[in-house]
Design a protein around this ligand. Structure first.
Ligand code: CA2
Length: 151
């Protein structure tokens, strides 16, 4: 099974600032954790980061027929992007949303997640560990879905 891991704007700068919110590990460490977790789970992985909403929409669209699941941290687009929400709904690929920080305890403008409305689960406030948990959750979810189809 193949997972697409998508990261939104500014996540490529992880580790540079605001370590109290996002931790000290950089984007390379995040990529290493994702590849390691997917390997442990027996999944193939592709990681893509963009600062542009349309590029994220394009990547979700082109995942159709090629990827079984999506792990997505849309970053600031979480709170604004109906285009990403619609793309996730359009392809119908099971998706899990991840936030490094605990968005629920932050500013009012972070309290809505449009993209989360198309996701089967959301992890937040666990740091990079949230990606690992999302990957293993998605694996179980997809295994169960396959089992249900075969039954
Ligand atoms: O907690 C998360 O993972 C967020 O998706 C991160 C986004 C934020 O807009 C969401 O509300 C929550 C921001 C990512 C910015 O990343 C930075 C990287 C380096 C320095 C500062 C921020």
């Amino acid at each position: 099974m193949r997972l697409l891991i998508l990261n939104g704007p500014n996540l490529n700068l992880l580790g540079l600032r605001e370590p109290d919110i996002y931790g000290r590990e950089d984007y390379e460490a995040l990529k290493a954790l994702v590849y390691r977790s997917c390997q442990e789970a027996g999944l193939e992985a592709e990681i893509f980061q963009s600062n542009h909403e349309g590029e994220l929409v394009d990547r979700i669209q082109s995942a159709y027929g090629f990827f079984d699941g999506i792990v997505i941290n849309p970053a600031a687009y979480t709170h604004t992007s109906i285009a990403i929400l619609d793309a996730l709904k359009a392809v119908g690929i099971p998706a899990v949303e991840v936030h490094i920080s605990d968005v629920k305890s932050r500013e009012d403008f972070r309290q809505i997640s449009y993209t989360g409305m198309a996701c089967v689960k959301t992890y937040m406030g666990l740091g990079l560990e949230g990606y690992r948990q999302a990957i293993f959750y998605l694996k179980e979810y997809l295994d169960k879905q396959r089992g249900d189809c075969e039954a």
